[in-house]
Design a binder for this molecule. Sequence first.
Ligand code: ADP
Length: 618
Amino acid sequence: MRNSYAVAGYECFRGVGMKTFVRLWKLMAPHWKKMLGAAMLGFLTVASNMGLMGASALLIARAALRPPVLDLLTLIVGVRFLGISRAVFRYLERYVSHDVAFRVLSQLRVKFYRAIEPLAPARLADYRSGDLLSRIVADVETLENFYVRVLAPTLVALMILAVVFVFLAWFDLKLAFAVLGSFLAAGVGAPLVVRFLSRKTGRRVVEVRATLHANLVDSIQGMGEIAAFGQTRRRQEQVGALDRELMSLQGRMAGIAGLSGALTSLAMNLAMWSVLVLAIPLVSRGTLDWTYLAMLALTALSSFEAVTPLPLAFQYLEESFAAAQRLFEITDAQPAVQDLPGALSGPLPVHLSKSLSEPLSEPRGYNLQVDGLSFRYAQGEPWALRGLDLALPEGGRVAIVGPSGAGKSTLVNLLLRFWDYEHGSIRLGGHELKKYRQEDLRRLFGVVAQHTHLFNATVRENLLLARPESGEDEMIQAARDARIHDFIQSLPQGYDTYVGEGGFKLSGGQRQRLAIARALLKNSPILVLDEPTAGLDPVTEQEVMKAIHRLMEGRTTLVITHRLAGLEIMDGILVLKAGRVMERGRQETLLEQRGLYRKMWDLQHQIFPDDVYRPEGG
Ligand code: ADP
Protein backbone atom coordinates (compact mmCIF):
# COMPACT_ATOMS: atom_id res chain seq x y z
CA MET A 1 0.00 0.00 0.00
CA ARG A 2 2.72 2.33 1.12
CA ASN A 3 4.73 1.53 -1.97
CA SER A 4 1.89 2.05 -4.37
CA TYR A 5 1.23 5.46 -2.83
CA ALA A 6 4.89 6.35 -3.17
CA VAL A 7 4.94 5.24 -6.81
CA ALA A 8 1.71 7.09 -7.55
CA GLY A 9 3.09 10.21 -5.90
CA TYR A 10 6.31 9.97 -7.86
CA GLU A 11 4.46 9.47 -11.13
CA CYS A 12 2.22 12.36 -10.28
CA PHE A 13 5.22 14.59 -9.76
CA ARG A 14 7.19 13.42 -12.79
CA GLY A 15 4.76 12.67 -15.56
CA VAL A 16 1.08 12.75 -14.86
CA GLY A 17 1.35 15.94 -12.80
CA MET A 18 3.29 17.75 -15.49
CA LYS A 19 0.86 16.61 -18.19
CA THR A 20 -2.11 17.72 -16.10
CA PHE A 21 -0.43 21.05 -15.44
CA VAL A 22 0.14 21.62 -19.16
CA ARG A 23 -3.46 20.66 -19.98
CA LEU A 24 -4.85 22.99 -17.33
CA TRP A 25 -2.59 25.70 -18.61
CA LYS A 26 -3.88 25.12 -22.16
CA LEU A 27 -7.47 25.46 -21.00
CA MET A 28 -6.56 28.88 -19.75
CA ALA A 29 -4.62 29.84 -22.86
CA PRO A 30 -7.45 31.82 -24.53
CA HIS A 31 -7.66 33.97 -21.39
CA TRP A 32 -3.93 34.54 -20.93
CA LYS A 33 -4.17 38.31 -21.33
CA LYS A 34 -6.67 38.67 -18.51
CA MET A 35 -4.72 36.23 -16.38
CA LEU A 36 -1.56 38.21 -16.92
CA GLY A 37 -3.52 41.38 -16.13
CA ALA A 38 -4.70 39.84 -12.86
CA ALA A 39 -1.11 38.87 -12.00
CA MET A 40 0.08 42.41 -12.82
CA LEU A 41 -2.60 43.83 -10.53
CA GLY A 42 -1.54 41.38 -7.81
CA PHE A 43 2.04 42.52 -8.29
CA LEU A 44 1.02 46.18 -8.06
CA THR A 45 -0.91 45.46 -4.83
CA VAL A 46 2.12 43.93 -3.11
CA ALA A 47 4.44 46.51 -4.65
CA SER A 48 2.18 49.30 -3.30
CA ASN A 49 2.42 47.77 0.13
CA MET A 50 6.20 47.52 -0.07
CA GLY A 51 6.33 51.13 -1.23
CA LEU A 52 3.98 52.19 1.54
CA MET A 53 6.07 50.49 4.25
CA GLY A 54 9.37 51.70 2.80
CA ALA A 55 8.16 55.28 2.25
CA SER A 56 6.61 55.44 5.73
CA ALA A 57 9.82 54.20 7.36
CA LEU A 58 11.87 56.70 5.38
CA LEU A 59 9.41 59.48 6.21
CA ILE A 60 9.57 58.79 9.95
CA ALA A 61 13.36 58.53 9.88
CA ARG A 62 13.73 61.75 7.88
CA ALA A 63 11.12 63.55 10.01
CA ALA A 64 13.25 62.79 13.09
CA LEU A 65 15.86 65.19 11.63
CA ARG A 66 13.20 67.97 11.63
CA PRO A 67 13.78 69.15 8.06
CA PRO A 68 11.49 71.78 6.44
CA VAL A 69 8.08 70.19 5.70
CA LEU A 70 8.50 70.91 1.99
CA ASP A 71 11.45 68.48 1.89
CA LEU A 72 9.14 65.71 3.12
CA LEU A 73 6.29 66.56 0.77
CA THR A 74 7.13 63.91 -1.87
CA LEU A 75 7.25 61.19 0.78
CA ILE A 76 3.99 62.37 2.39
CA VAL A 77 2.15 62.35 -0.94
CA GLY A 78 3.76 59.00 -1.77
CA VAL A 79 2.53 57.43 1.48
CA ARG A 80 -1.00 58.71 0.86
CA PHE A 81 -1.03 57.54 -2.75
CA LEU A 82 0.36 54.09 -1.98
CA GLY A 83 -2.09 53.62 0.91
CA ILE A 84 -5.01 54.17 -1.43
CA SER A 85 -3.59 52.48 -4.53
CA ARG A 86 -2.95 49.28 -2.61
CA ALA A 87 -6.66 48.90 -1.80
CA VAL A 88 -7.70 49.77 -5.35
CA PHE A 89 -5.23 47.32 -6.91
CA ARG A 90 -6.30 44.57 -4.50
CA TYR A 91 -9.96 45.07 -5.45
CA LEU A 92 -9.20 45.05 -9.16
CA GLU A 93 -6.95 42.01 -8.84
CA ARG A 94 -9.68 40.00 -7.05
CA TYR A 95 -12.22 41.12 -9.61
CA VAL A 96 -10.17 40.22 -12.68
CA SER A 97 -8.73 36.94 -11.37
CA HIS A 98 -12.12 35.61 -10.31
CA ASP A 99 -13.63 36.75 -13.58
CA VAL A 100 -11.07 34.70 -15.52
CA ALA A 101 -11.42 31.74 -13.18
CA PHE A 102 -15.20 31.66 -13.50
CA ARG A 103 -15.01 31.98 -17.28
CA VAL A 104 -12.63 29.05 -17.48
CA LEU A 105 -14.81 27.05 -15.09
CA SER A 106 -18.00 27.65 -17.03
CA GLN A 107 -16.20 26.55 -20.20
CA LEU A 108 -14.98 23.50 -18.39
CA ARG A 109 -18.48 22.55 -17.25
CA VAL A 110 -19.80 22.80 -20.79
CA LYS A 111 -16.82 20.85 -22.12
CA PHE A 112 -17.35 18.19 -19.47
CA TYR A 113 -21.05 17.89 -20.21
CA ARG A 114 -20.36 17.65 -23.95
CA ALA A 115 -17.86 14.90 -23.26
CA ILE A 116 -20.28 12.99 -21.06
CA GLU A 117 -23.17 12.98 -23.51
CA PRO A 118 -21.68 10.67 -26.14
CA LEU A 119 -20.52 8.33 -23.36
CA ALA A 120 -24.10 7.58 -22.36
CA PRO A 121 -25.13 4.92 -21.78
CA ALA A 122 -22.39 2.43 -22.72
CA ARG A 123 -19.42 4.06 -20.98
CA LEU A 124 -21.26 5.68 -18.09
CA ALA A 125 -22.44 2.41 -16.65
CA ASP A 126 -19.17 2.25 -14.69
CA TYR A 127 -19.76 5.56 -12.88
CA ARG A 128 -22.17 6.33 -10.08
CA SER A 129 -24.42 9.30 -10.78
CA GLY A 130 -23.33 10.99 -7.54
CA ASP A 131 -19.71 10.57 -8.60
CA LEU A 132 -20.40 12.25 -11.94
CA LEU A 133 -22.23 15.03 -10.11
CA SER A 134 -19.27 15.45 -7.80
CA ARG A 135 -16.95 15.70 -10.80
CA ILE A 136 -19.00 18.29 -12.61
CA VAL A 137 -19.67 20.42 -9.52
CA ALA A 138 -17.05 19.97 -6.81
CA ASP A 139 -14.05 19.05 -8.96
CA VAL A 140 -14.66 21.87 -11.37
CA GLU A 141 -14.91 24.24 -8.42
CA THR A 142 -11.67 22.91 -7.00
CA LEU A 143 -10.03 23.93 -10.25
CA GLU A 144 -10.88 27.54 -9.48
CA ASN A 145 -8.09 27.28 -6.92
CA PHE A 146 -5.63 26.37 -9.63
CA TYR A 147 -6.08 29.68 -11.36
CA VAL A 148 -6.81 31.96 -8.41
CA ARG A 149 -4.59 30.41 -5.74
CA VAL A 150 -1.87 28.56 -7.65
CA LEU A 151 -1.01 30.24 -10.93
CA ALA A 152 -1.57 33.90 -10.14
CA PRO A 153 0.25 33.98 -6.74
CA THR A 154 3.25 32.15 -8.23
CA LEU A 155 3.58 34.72 -10.99
CA VAL A 156 3.19 37.58 -8.49
CA ALA A 157 5.85 36.09 -6.19
CA LEU A 158 8.33 35.80 -9.08
CA MET A 159 7.79 39.42 -10.12
CA ILE A 160 8.09 40.72 -6.56
CA LEU A 161 11.23 38.68 -5.97
CA ALA A 162 12.83 40.24 -9.04
CA VAL A 163 11.93 43.75 -7.91
CA VAL A 164 12.98 43.34 -4.29
CA PHE A 165 16.26 41.69 -5.35
CA VAL A 166 17.18 44.53 -7.69
CA PHE A 167 16.11 47.15 -5.12
CA LEU A 168 18.22 45.67 -2.30
CA ALA A 169 21.14 44.88 -4.58
CA TRP A 170 21.23 48.55 -5.47
CA PHE A 171 22.13 49.23 -1.81
CA ASP A 172 24.20 46.10 -1.23
CA LEU A 173 24.33 42.69 -2.91
CA LYS A 174 24.54 40.86 0.42
CA LEU A 175 21.14 42.25 1.46
CA ALA A 176 19.64 41.04 -1.80
CA PHE A 177 21.00 37.52 -1.35
CA ALA A 178 19.89 37.36 2.29
CA VAL A 179 16.31 38.16 1.29
CA LEU A 180 16.52 35.82 -1.71
CA GLY A 181 17.49 32.98 0.67
CA SER A 182 14.56 33.61 3.00
CA PHE A 183 12.27 34.10 0.02
CA LEU A 184 13.24 30.71 -1.36
CA ALA A 185 12.90 29.09 2.07
CA ALA A 186 9.39 30.49 2.46
CA GLY A 187 8.33 30.28 -1.17
CA VAL A 188 9.87 26.93 -2.15
CA GLY A 189 11.12 25.18 1.00
CA ALA A 190 7.92 25.55 3.04
CA PRO A 191 5.69 24.62 0.08
CA LEU A 192 7.77 21.50 -0.59
CA VAL A 193 7.35 20.47 3.02
CA VAL A 194 3.64 21.17 2.69
CA ARG A 195 3.46 19.27 -0.57
CA PHE A 196 5.21 16.32 0.96
CA LEU A 197 2.88 16.34 3.95
CA SER A 198 -0.35 17.02 2.07
CA ARG A 199 0.14 14.88 -1.02
CA LYS A 200 -1.75 11.84 0.16
CA THR A 201 -4.20 13.81 2.25
CA GLY A 202 -5.08 16.18 -0.62
CA ARG A 203 -5.88 13.29 -2.90
CA ARG A 204 -7.78 11.48 -0.23
CA VAL A 205 -9.88 14.62 0.46
CA VAL A 206 -11.03 14.67 -3.17
CA GLU A 207 -11.73 10.94 -3.19
CA VAL A 208 -13.61 10.88 0.12
CA ARG A 209 -15.62 13.94 -0.80
CA ALA A 210 -16.62 12.29 -4.09
CA THR A 211 -17.60 9.05 -2.34
CA LEU A 212 -19.59 11.02 0.21
CA HIS A 213 -21.42 12.88 -2.56
CA ALA A 214 -22.13 9.67 -4.43
CA ASN A 215 -23.36 8.02 -1.26
CA LEU A 216 -25.61 10.94 -0.36
CA VAL A 217 -27.14 11.13 -3.83
CA ASP A 218 -27.70 7.36 -3.78
CA SER A 219 -29.24 7.54 -0.31
CA ILE A 220 -31.56 10.39 -1.21
CA GLN A 221 -32.68 8.70 -4.42
CA GLY A 222 -33.29 5.43 -2.64
CA MET A 223 -34.66 6.91 0.58
CA GLY A 224 -37.95 5.01 0.24
CA GLU A 225 -36.22 1.61 -0.13
CA ILE A 226 -33.78 2.37 2.69
CA ALA A 227 -36.64 3.23 5.06
CA ALA A 228 -38.76 0.28 3.92
CA PHE A 229 -35.94 -2.20 4.58
CA GLY A 230 -35.11 -0.61 7.93
CA GLN A 231 -31.63 0.33 6.76
CA THR A 232 -31.83 4.00 7.75
CA ARG A 233 -29.49 3.60 10.70
CA ARG A 234 -26.92 1.62 8.78
CA ARG A 235 -26.98 4.11 5.96
CA GLN A 236 -26.64 7.00 8.40
CA GLU A 237 -23.65 5.28 9.95
CA GLN A 238 -22.02 4.81 6.53
CA VAL A 239 -22.55 8.46 5.63
CA GLY A 240 -21.47 9.49 9.15
CA ALA A 241 -18.25 7.46 8.85
CA LEU A 242 -17.40 9.09 5.53
CA ASP A 243 -18.23 12.49 6.95
CA ARG A 244 -15.96 11.90 9.94
CA GLU A 245 -13.15 10.79 7.66
CA LEU A 246 -13.58 13.89 5.54
CA MET A 247 -13.59 16.10 8.65
CA SER A 248 -10.45 14.48 9.98
CA LEU A 249 -8.71 14.81 6.60
CA GLN A 250 -9.74 18.43 6.36
CA GLY A 251 -8.49 18.92 9.91
CA ARG A 252 -5.15 17.48 8.84
CA MET A 253 -5.08 19.80 5.84
CA ALA A 254 -5.82 22.74 8.15
CA GLY A 255 -2.98 21.62 10.45
CA ILE A 256 -0.61 21.52 7.46
CA ALA A 257 -1.83 24.98 6.44
CA GLY A 258 -1.09 26.21 9.99
CA LEU A 259 2.41 24.75 9.88
CA SER A 260 3.08 26.38 6.55
CA GLY A 261 1.90 29.73 7.97
CA ALA A 262 4.33 29.37 10.85
CA LEU A 263 7.26 28.48 8.54
CA THR A 264 6.51 31.45 6.30
CA SER A 265 6.39 33.84 9.28
CA LEU A 266 9.69 32.46 10.48
CA ALA A 267 11.35 33.02 7.12
CA MET A 268 9.82 36.48 6.85
CA ASN A 269 11.18 37.60 10.21
CA LEU A 270 14.51 36.01 9.45
CA ALA A 271 14.68 38.10 6.29
CA MET A 272 14.00 41.30 8.22
CA TRP A 273 16.56 40.45 10.87
CA SER A 274 19.21 39.49 8.33
CA VAL A 275 18.70 42.80 6.54
CA LEU A 276 19.18 44.64 9.84
CA VAL A 277 22.17 42.53 10.86
CA LEU A 278 23.84 43.07 7.48
CA ALA A 279 22.87 46.73 7.05
CA ILE A 280 23.84 48.08 10.50
CA PRO A 281 27.61 47.52 9.86
CA LEU A 282 27.17 49.34 6.55
CA VAL A 283 25.77 52.32 8.47
CA SER A 284 28.65 52.14 10.98
CA ARG A 285 31.11 52.12 8.09
CA GLY A 286 29.32 55.08 6.60
CA THR A 287 28.47 53.36 3.31
CA LEU A 288 24.73 53.53 4.06
CA ASP A 289 22.68 56.49 5.25
CA TRP A 290 21.01 55.48 8.57
CA THR A 291 17.63 56.82 7.45
CA TYR A 292 17.46 53.93 4.94
CA LEU A 293 17.85 51.28 7.61
CA ALA A 294 14.19 50.93 8.65
CA MET A 295 13.10 51.35 5.03
CA LEU A 296 15.20 48.38 3.86
CA ALA A 297 14.07 46.15 6.72
CA LEU A 298 10.38 47.00 6.25
CA THR A 299 10.51 46.69 2.45
CA ALA A 300 12.04 43.24 2.79
CA LEU A 301 9.44 42.29 5.39
CA SER A 302 6.49 43.51 3.35
CA SER A 303 7.69 41.78 0.17
CA PHE A 304 6.78 38.51 1.89
CA GLU A 305 3.13 39.26 1.32
CA ALA A 306 3.79 37.74 -2.10
CA VAL A 307 5.22 34.56 -0.56
CA THR A 308 2.52 33.93 2.03
CA PRO A 309 0.06 32.30 -0.43
CA LEU A 310 2.69 29.95 -1.95
CA PRO A 311 2.53 27.06 0.55
CA LEU A 312 -1.22 27.10 0.16
CA ALA A 313 -0.72 27.18 -3.59
CA PHE A 314 1.20 23.90 -3.40
CA GLN A 315 -1.53 22.41 -1.26
CA TYR A 316 -4.17 23.48 -3.75
CA LEU A 317 -1.98 22.24 -6.59
CA GLU A 318 -2.36 18.72 -5.25
CA GLU A 319 -6.15 19.01 -4.94
CA SER A 320 -6.41 20.70 -8.35
CA PHE A 321 -4.40 17.93 -10.01
CA ALA A 322 -6.55 15.23 -8.46
CA ALA A 323 -9.71 17.05 -9.56
CA ALA A 324 -8.33 17.74 -13.04
CA GLN A 325 -7.31 14.12 -13.51
CA ARG A 326 -10.79 12.96 -12.57
CA LEU A 327 -12.27 15.40 -15.08
CA PHE A 328 -9.81 14.57 -17.85
CA GLU A 329 -10.52 10.88 -17.30
CA ILE A 330 -14.08 11.57 -18.46
CA THR A 331 -13.24 13.99 -21.24
CA ASP A 332 -10.62 11.55 -22.58
CA ALA A 333 -12.89 8.51 -22.51
CA GLN A 334 -13.63 7.19 -25.98
CA PRO A 335 -17.37 6.91 -26.63
CA ALA A 336 -18.43 3.33 -27.34
CA VAL A 337 -19.87 4.50 -30.63
CA GLN A 338 -18.36 7.05 -32.97
CA ASP A 339 -19.49 8.51 -36.26
CA LEU A 340 -17.41 7.42 -39.22
CA PRO A 341 -15.25 10.20 -40.58
CA GLY A 342 -15.60 11.29 -44.18
CA ALA A 343 -17.85 10.15 -46.98
CA LEU A 344 -19.58 6.84 -47.47
CA SER A 345 -18.07 4.08 -49.53
CA GLY A 346 -21.12 2.81 -51.39
CA PRO A 347 -23.63 4.72 -53.47
CA LEU A 348 -26.48 6.02 -51.33
CA PRO A 349 -29.86 7.50 -52.12
CA VAL A 350 -29.51 11.27 -52.09
CA HIS A 351 -31.36 11.83 -48.85
CA LEU A 352 -29.31 9.21 -47.03
CA SER A 353 -25.92 10.28 -48.30
CA LYS A 354 -26.69 13.70 -46.92
CA SER A 355 -26.91 12.27 -43.47
CA LEU A 356 -23.20 12.45 -42.79
CA SER A 357 -23.03 16.16 -43.28
CA GLU A 358 -26.51 17.47 -42.63
CA PRO A 359 -29.75 16.36 -41.02
CA LEU A 360 -31.93 13.92 -42.90
CA SER A 361 -34.82 15.73 -44.45
CA GLU A 362 -37.06 13.39 -46.43
CA PRO A 363 -37.92 10.10 -44.78
CA ARG A 364 -37.81 7.35 -47.39
CA GLY A 365 -36.83 3.71 -47.43
CA TYR A 366 -37.13 2.63 -43.80
CA ASN A 367 -36.93 -1.09 -44.09
CA LEU A 368 -34.73 -2.75 -41.50
CA GLN A 369 -32.71 -5.82 -42.35
CA VAL A 370 -30.67 -7.62 -39.71
CA ASP A 371 -28.38 -10.44 -40.82
CA GLY A 372 -26.23 -12.77 -38.72
CA LEU A 373 -26.03 -10.25 -35.88
CA SER A 374 -23.93 -11.40 -32.93
CA PHE A 375 -23.02 -9.15 -30.05
CA ARG A 376 -21.52 -9.22 -26.58
CA TYR A 377 -20.97 -6.31 -24.23
CA ALA A 378 -17.30 -7.06 -23.65
CA GLN A 379 -14.64 -9.55 -24.62
CA GLY A 380 -14.99 -12.70 -22.57
CA GLU A 381 -18.62 -12.05 -21.69
CA PRO A 382 -21.30 -14.40 -23.00
CA TRP A 383 -22.95 -13.48 -26.29
CA ALA A 384 -26.10 -11.41 -25.73
CA LEU A 385 -27.17 -12.00 -29.36
CA ARG A 386 -26.10 -14.87 -31.61
CA GLY A 387 -26.65 -14.89 -35.36
CA LEU A 388 -29.88 -12.91 -35.32
CA ASP A 389 -31.73 -12.45 -38.63
CA LEU A 390 -34.69 -10.15 -38.89
CA ALA A 391 -36.53 -8.43 -41.72
CA LEU A 392 -38.82 -5.52 -40.93
CA PRO A 393 -40.24 -3.97 -44.09
CA GLU A 394 -41.30 -0.35 -44.12
CA GLY A 395 -44.67 -0.01 -42.39
CA GLY A 396 -44.38 -3.58 -41.03
CA ARG A 397 -44.82 -4.72 -37.44
CA VAL A 398 -42.56 -7.25 -35.80
CA ALA A 399 -42.47 -8.36 -32.19
CA ILE A 400 -39.48 -9.77 -30.38
CA VAL A 401 -40.50 -11.87 -27.42
CA GLY A 402 -38.57 -13.97 -24.99
CA PRO A 403 -37.79 -14.43 -21.34
CA SER A 404 -35.80 -11.90 -19.38
CA GLY A 405 -32.14 -11.81 -20.41
CA ALA A 406 -32.92 -13.13 -23.90
CA GLY A 407 -31.25 -10.14 -25.56
CA LYS A 408 -34.31 -8.09 -26.51
CA SER A 409 -33.11 -4.77 -25.07
CA THR A 410 -29.65 -5.46 -26.47
CA LEU A 411 -31.15 -5.40 -29.97
CA VAL A 412 -32.72 -2.00 -29.19
CA ASN A 413 -29.35 -0.75 -27.90
CA LEU A 414 -27.76 -1.76 -31.18
CA LEU A 415 -30.55 -0.31 -33.34
CA LEU A 416 -30.16 3.05 -31.63
CA ARG A 417 -26.36 2.75 -31.81
CA PHE A 418 -25.83 3.03 -28.08
CA TRP A 419 -23.36 0.20 -28.67
CA ASP A 420 -21.78 -0.80 -31.97
CA TYR A 421 -21.87 -4.30 -33.40
CA GLU A 422 -18.96 -6.05 -35.05
CA HIS A 423 -20.39 -9.33 -36.24
CA GLY A 424 -23.22 -9.34 -38.75
CA SER A 425 -25.07 -6.40 -40.17
CA ILE A 426 -28.02 -4.11 -39.54
CA ARG A 427 -29.14 -2.23 -42.59
CA LEU A 428 -31.62 0.59 -42.72
CA GLY A 429 -32.79 1.63 -46.16
CA GLY A 430 -30.17 -0.73 -47.57
CA HIS A 431 -27.21 0.80 -45.72
CA GLU A 432 -25.32 -0.18 -42.62
CA LEU A 433 -26.41 1.68 -39.49
CA LYS A 434 -22.77 2.60 -38.85
CA LYS A 435 -22.85 4.80 -41.93
CA TYR A 436 -25.42 7.12 -40.43
CA ARG A 437 -24.63 9.92 -38.06
CA GLN A 438 -25.86 8.87 -34.62
CA GLU A 439 -27.93 11.99 -34.27
CA ASP A 440 -29.67 11.55 -37.62
CA LEU A 441 -30.29 7.89 -36.95
CA ARG A 442 -31.88 8.50 -33.57
CA ARG A 443 -34.10 11.11 -35.12
CA LEU A 444 -35.66 8.30 -37.17
CA PHE A 445 -36.59 6.27 -34.12
CA GLY A 446 -39.37 6.94 -31.66
CA VAL A 447 -38.87 4.92 -28.49
CA VAL A 448 -41.32 4.12 -25.75
CA ALA A 449 -39.44 2.20 -23.10
CA GLN A 450 -40.41 0.50 -19.89
CA HIS A 451 -39.11 3.33 -17.75
CA THR A 452 -39.72 6.79 -19.05
CA HIS A 453 -37.58 9.48 -17.56
CA LEU A 454 -39.55 12.62 -16.93
CA PHE A 455 -37.67 15.76 -15.98
CA ASN A 456 -38.55 17.76 -12.92
CA ALA A 457 -40.28 20.32 -15.10
CA THR A 458 -43.78 21.05 -16.36
CA VAL A 459 -45.84 18.61 -18.41
CA ARG A 460 -45.42 20.96 -21.35
CA GLU A 461 -41.63 21.02 -21.11
CA ASN A 462 -41.52 17.27 -20.82
CA LEU A 463 -43.66 16.86 -23.91
CA LEU A 464 -41.85 19.44 -25.97
CA LEU A 465 -38.55 17.70 -25.30
CA ALA A 466 -39.48 15.50 -28.26
CA ARG A 467 -39.74 18.47 -30.63
CA PRO A 468 -39.25 21.88 -29.03
CA GLU A 469 -40.46 23.74 -32.09
CA SER A 470 -43.93 22.13 -32.16
CA GLY A 471 -46.92 24.38 -31.64
CA GLU A 472 -49.49 24.28 -28.86
CA ASP A 473 -52.08 22.62 -31.13
CA GLU A 474 -49.72 19.84 -32.17
CA MET A 475 -48.78 19.20 -28.56
CA ILE A 476 -52.43 19.02 -27.46
CA GLN A 477 -53.29 16.76 -30.40
CA ALA A 478 -50.47 14.39 -29.44
CA ALA A 479 -51.71 14.35 -25.83
CA ARG A 480 -55.25 13.66 -27.04
CA ASP A 481 -54.08 10.80 -29.25
CA ALA A 482 -52.13 9.39 -26.32
CA ARG A 483 -55.30 9.66 -24.20
CA ILE A 484 -53.65 11.83 -21.61
CA HIS A 485 -55.05 15.26 -22.52
CA ASP A 486 -58.11 15.04 -20.26
CA PHE A 487 -55.97 14.05 -17.33
CA ILE A 488 -53.54 16.92 -17.94
CA GLN A 489 -56.47 19.31 -18.13
CA SER A 490 -57.66 18.12 -14.75
CA LEU A 491 -54.30 19.02 -13.13
CA PRO A 492 -54.25 22.28 -11.13
CA GLN A 493 -52.10 24.12 -13.67
CA GLY A 494 -52.90 21.97 -16.71
CA TYR A 495 -49.90 21.71 -19.01
CA ASP A 496 -47.91 23.97 -16.68
CA THR A 497 -48.08 21.56 -13.74
CA TYR A 498 -44.74 20.35 -12.43
CA VAL A 499 -44.42 16.58 -12.58
CA GLY A 500 -41.86 16.29 -9.77
CA GLU A 501 -38.50 14.53 -9.68
CA GLY A 502 -38.62 11.69 -12.23
CA GLY A 503 -42.34 12.40 -12.67
CA PHE A 504 -43.17 11.01 -9.22
CA LYS A 505 -46.45 12.93 -9.08
CA LEU A 506 -47.77 10.77 -11.92
CA SER A 507 -48.78 7.12 -11.95
CA GLY A 508 -46.98 4.55 -14.09
CA GLY A 509 -49.75 4.54 -16.69
CA GLN A 510 -49.79 8.33 -16.90
CA ARG A 511 -46.04 8.42 -17.35
CA GLN A 512 -46.26 5.88 -20.17
CA ARG A 513 -49.03 7.83 -21.90
CA LEU A 514 -46.87 10.96 -21.66
CA ALA A 515 -44.07 8.96 -23.25
CA ILE A 516 -46.44 7.94 -26.05
CA ALA A 517 -47.51 11.55 -26.52
CA ARG A 518 -43.84 12.46 -26.78
CA ALA A 519 -43.29 9.78 -29.42
CA LEU A 520 -46.35 11.02 -31.33
CA LEU A 521 -44.98 14.53 -31.21
CA LYS A 522 -41.56 13.38 -32.39
CA ASN A 523 -43.35 11.78 -35.33
CA SER A 524 -40.48 9.54 -36.36
CA PRO A 525 -41.05 6.86 -38.99
CA ILE A 526 -39.74 3.90 -37.00
CA LEU A 527 -41.15 2.97 -33.65
CA VAL A 528 -39.50 0.87 -30.97
CA LEU A 529 -41.71 -0.18 -28.11
CA ASP A 530 -39.57 -1.72 -25.39
CA GLU A 531 -41.94 -3.32 -22.89
CA PRO A 532 -44.05 -0.16 -22.74
CA THR A 533 -46.73 -1.76 -20.56
CA ALA A 534 -44.51 -3.70 -18.19
CA GLY A 535 -45.48 -3.22 -14.56
CA LEU A 536 -48.93 -1.79 -15.35
CA ASP A 537 -52.18 -3.29 -14.09
CA PRO A 538 -54.44 -4.86 -16.77
CA VAL A 539 -56.90 -1.94 -16.91
CA THR A 540 -54.16 0.67 -17.28
CA GLU A 541 -52.36 -1.61 -19.70
CA GLN A 542 -55.40 -1.65 -21.94
CA GLU A 543 -55.64 2.14 -21.84
CA VAL A 544 -51.96 2.46 -22.72
CA MET A 545 -52.31 -0.16 -25.48
CA LYS A 546 -55.09 1.89 -27.08
CA ALA A 547 -52.77 4.88 -27.15
CA ILE A 548 -50.02 2.67 -28.56
CA HIS A 549 -52.23 1.44 -31.38
CA ARG A 550 -52.81 5.04 -32.35
CA LEU A 551 -49.06 5.61 -32.26
CA MET A 552 -48.35 2.58 -34.47
CA GLU A 553 -50.56 3.77 -37.32
CA GLY A 554 -48.44 4.21 -40.44
CA ARG A 555 -45.14 3.51 -38.67
CA THR A 556 -42.63 0.71 -39.01
CA THR A 557 -42.86 -0.89 -35.60
CA LEU A 558 -40.67 -3.15 -33.52
CA VAL A 559 -42.25 -4.33 -30.29
CA ILE A 560 -40.10 -5.82 -27.56
CA THR A 561 -42.07 -7.63 -24.93
CA HIS A 562 -42.28 -10.60 -22.67
CA ARG A 563 -46.04 -10.12 -22.28
CA LEU A 564 -47.86 -11.98 -24.99
CA ALA A 565 -50.92 -9.74 -25.25
CA GLY A 566 -52.22 -8.14 -28.43
CA LEU A 567 -49.55 -9.73 -30.62
CA GLU A 568 -52.08 -11.11 -33.12
CA ILE A 569 -51.79 -7.83 -35.06
CA MET A 570 -48.05 -8.40 -35.65
CA ASP A 571 -46.80 -9.40 -39.10
CA GLY A 572 -44.18 -11.56 -37.48
CA ILE A 573 -42.93 -12.62 -34.07
CA LEU A 574 -39.37 -13.65 -33.19
CA VAL A 575 -38.96 -15.79 -30.11
CA LEU A 576 -35.53 -15.17 -28.55
CA LYS A 577 -33.82 -17.19 -25.89
CA ALA A 578 -30.28 -16.63 -24.68
CA GLY A 579 -29.63 -14.44 -27.71
CA ARG A 580 -30.79 -17.01 -30.28
CA VAL A 581 -33.94 -16.99 -32.39
CA MET A 582 -35.80 -20.13 -31.33
CA GLU A 583 -38.97 -19.65 -33.38
CA ARG A 584 -40.46 -17.19 -35.82
CA GLY A 585 -43.81 -16.63 -37.48
CA ARG A 586 -47.22 -15.15 -36.90
CA GLN A 587 -48.99 -15.74 -33.60
CA GLU A 588 -51.36 -18.47 -34.92
CA THR A 589 -48.47 -20.45 -36.36
CA LEU A 590 -46.40 -20.15 -33.21
CA LEU A 591 -49.26 -21.26 -31.02
CA GLU A 592 -49.78 -24.29 -33.18
CA GLN A 593 -46.11 -25.20 -33.07
CA ARG A 594 -46.34 -25.85 -29.33
CA GLY A 595 -42.80 -24.65 -28.79
CA LEU A 596 -41.36 -21.96 -26.51
CA TYR A 597 -43.92 -19.36 -27.56
CA ARG A 598 -46.77 -21.69 -26.77
CA LYS A 599 -45.16 -22.51 -23.41
CA MET A 600 -44.88 -18.84 -22.51
CA TRP A 601 -48.42 -18.22 -23.73
CA ASP A 602 -49.79 -21.04 -21.60
CA LEU A 603 -47.93 -19.88 -18.54
CA GLN A 604 -49.17 -16.34 -18.96
CA HIS A 605 -52.71 -17.46 -19.59
CA GLN A 606 -52.68 -19.86 -16.66
CA ILE A 607 -53.26 -22.88 -18.88
CA PHE A 608 -51.30 -26.01 -18.12
CA PRO A 609 -49.34 -27.40 -21.06
CA ASP A 610 -51.60 -30.40 -21.49
CA ASP A 611 -54.73 -28.27 -21.77
CA VAL A 612 -56.40 -27.77 -25.10
CA TYR A 613 -55.47 -24.58 -26.89
CA ARG A 614 -58.33 -22.12 -26.67
CA PRO A 615 -57.35 -18.79 -28.19
CA GLU A 616 -60.63 -17.15 -27.19
CA GLY A 617 -59.76 -18.02 -23.58
CA GLY A 618 -56.71 -15.65 -23.83
P1 ADP B 1 -33.76 -8.69 -22.18
O1 ADP B 1 -34.01 -7.30 -22.66
O2 ADP B 1 -34.26 -9.72 -23.10
O3 ADP B 1 -34.23 -8.94 -20.79
P2 ADP B 1 -31.01 -7.90 -22.31
O4 ADP B 1 -30.82 -7.55 -23.73
O5 ADP B 1 -31.19 -6.79 -21.35
O6 ADP B 1 -32.19 -8.94 -22.16
O7 ADP B 1 -29.78 -8.76 -21.81
C1 ADP B 1 -29.16 -9.79 -22.59
C2 ADP B 1 -27.85 -10.19 -21.92
O8 ADP B 1 -26.93 -9.11 -21.96
C3 ADP B 1 -28.02 -10.53 -20.45
O9 ADP B 1 -27.23 -11.66 -20.19
C4 ADP B 1 -27.51 -9.33 -19.71
O10 ADP B 1 -26.90 -9.70 -18.51
C5 ADP B 1 -26.47 -8.76 -20.68
N1 ADP B 1 -26.42 -7.30 -20.58
C6 ADP B 1 -27.43 -6.43 -20.76
N2 ADP B 1 -27.02 -5.16 -20.64
C7 ADP B 1 -25.70 -5.22 -20.36
C8 ADP B 1 -24.67 -4.23 -20.14
N3 ADP B 1 -24.92 -2.93 -20.17
N4 ADP B 1 -23.43 -4.65 -19.90
C9 ADP B 1 -23.13 -5.96 -19.88
N5 ADP B 1 -24.04 -6.94 -20.09
C10 ADP B 1 -25.31 -6.59 -20.34
